[in-house]
Design a protein around this ligand. Structure first.
Ligand SMILES: [Zn+2]
Length: 271
């Protein structure tokens, strides 16, 4: 009986410490889940250049969660790991991944070839969003995400995009095909980092989940939250719309790790 109770307690503590890590995908636009050793050691920290990397505890081990930039060439990639007074270099072997091409026609031509006075606005907005994406706060993030809108997945992450025949940045998020007005919910607990109306992204909400894990909800018709507000998993952030550079109403969902957009599908629970 004692053994059974002990086993149960062990199982419960094991479950409580599990955070459901993202899927390990060492490809451009993927996430490298790097085992940093037993959790009995001092909490390690990790860096990619100046950018801190998320370190979470799962099943008695520390893991670094590193977002691999989409423009990374296959081969070895290095991050630094600091534990107590020691510094070590960890190699990540990045594999090739060929993302398909997607050709789109945008009726609002200004969103593809902006007016002469638009670049100033675009540049101003990029500065704001860059600061949000770089931000690194202390608490470890929840990484077991719920899909933020109910609907089929349409454009997947990483598509090489051609707008009106002109090559543009790759698709740095996941699209959910849902109509205007459908609710958009928080996939995990977080703090609202920013709410704004952006040239390309339309009405947008940014959530900070901790340690550089940031998510964004774009093209919204309505926003229901304010910057600084704490939100719980499942709470409504706003409603789907067609604001910004779009072909029609849908949710564009971006997941950013260490200032790098990564495939949101890696964070969704799998059956
Ligand atoms: Zn999109």
């Amino acid at each position: 009986m004692k053994i059974t109770r002990f086993a149960l307690a062990l199982l419960l503590s094991y479950a409580a410490s599990a955070v459901a890590l993202p899927k390990h995908a060492p490809v451009p636009g993927g996430v490298a889940v790097i085992d940093l050793g037993p959790a009995s050691q001092t909490t390690p920290t990790a860096r990619w250049g100046e950018q801190p990397i998320a370190v979470v505890r799962d099943k008695g081990h520390w893991f670094a969660l590193f977002g691999i930039p989409l423009d990374t060439l296959p081969g070895d990639f290095e991050i630094s790991v600091f534990s107590g007074l020691t510094v070590a270099t960890r190699q990540i072997s990045v594999h090739i991944r060929n993302y398909p091409e997607q050709r789109l026609t945008i009726k609002d031509k200004r969103k593809v070839e902006p007016n002469p006075d638009d670049p100033a606005r675009i540049e101003r907005e990029q500065k704001i969003t860059e600061a949000i994406k770089r931000h690194f706060s202390g608490p470890p993030p929840a990484t077991d995400f719920a899909l933020p809108a109910k609907g089929p997945l349409s454009s997947r992450f990483g598509l090489r995009r051609i707008f009106n025949g002109l090559p543009r940045n790759p698709h740095a998020g996941l699209d959910v095909a849902v109509g205007t007005g459908a609710p958009v919910i928080a996939p995990a607990d977080g703090i609202v980092a920013n709410v704004g109306d952006y040239f390309f992204n339309g009405n947008t909400v940014f959530l900070d989940h901790g340690q550089g894990l940031i998510t964004a909800y774009m093209h919204l018709s309505r926003t229901d939250v304010r910057a600084g507000q704490t939100v719980k998993k499942g709470e409504t952030l706003g409603a789907v719309g067609a604001t910004g550079r779009v072909t029609g109403p849908h949710l564009h969902w971006a997941v950013i790790l260490n200032n790098t957009p990564v495939d949101p599908e890696l964070f969704l629970s799998r059956p």
